[in-house]
Write a protein that binds this ligand. Sequence first.
Ligand SMILES: Cc1cc2nc3c(=O)[nH]c(=O)nc-3n(C[C@H](O)[C@H](O)[C@H](O)COP(=O)(O)O)c2cc1C
Length: 245
Amino acid sequence: MNETLALLQSHRSIRKFTEEAVPQEQLEHWIQAGQAAATSSFIQACTVIQVDQGDQRNVLAHLAADQQYVSEAPVFLVFCADMRRHQEACALHEADMHKGYTEQFLTASLDVGLFAQNVVVAAESEGYGICYIGALRNNIEAVSKLLELPDLVYPVFGLCIGKPAQNPEVKPRLPLSVVLKKNTYTQTGDVEAMARYDAQVQSYYQQRTGNNKAATWTSQIANMLQKEARPHMLRFLRSKGFLEK
Ligand SMILES: Cc1cc2nc3c(=O)[nH]c(=O)nc-3n(C[C@H](O)[C@H](O)[C@H](O)COP(=O)(O)O)c2cc1C
């Protein structure tokens, strides 16, 4: 396995950080690595808001399910899908921008995911740990107000970065046979493979050093998916000019 593959396979989310600061120059190199990611039709639809430690960060932590590491991480970034500057590009050329397409929402959100994951890999390659924070979307309207996000910009997730103060085990992923299909979507063997995976996840949760629990992958998914999933999202995104058609 080459160094890059080994690095990717060693990822685990970090939720406890040392107080060691991240040099701004190093962070900016990671952001540039994010910018180097592929981008749908060259739209470059990701904007990153770096939020310093202090009151604003503490409010964000509260809005994101009171996750302490949001306050404590030396770096906290909010990744936004941003179609605002495209409106300006159109205005420059006296073009009337056709807004609100689901396709534009998809491409902008995908751009953010690709950008962010490059930032993550860059940071991890230099010995830092990260944790994505989707819980910002619990209170997406308040988060957007706090960060003064204009129309056509929405916060997709946050990202904590810092030197790890814990060393959690790598979490096992679904068997390759379940996620890699040849030519067509065959389901043969998936149920059996998932049962084997459940046993593996159960033993991971029982044996890992912190936060032991009795859960399998399917039980965790069933538990999550029988609840509402941030039902305010569609109304909010539409209010920002996304997902109108
Ligand atoms: C978009 C996204 C949002 C996430 N949001 C949170 C979060 O709010 N809080 C948290 O502790 N972990 C969050 N995670 C981390 C996942 O729980 C974690 O990646 C997953 O359980 C797999 O574990 P691993 O990253 O250690 O391999 C998020 C991950 C992603 C990709």
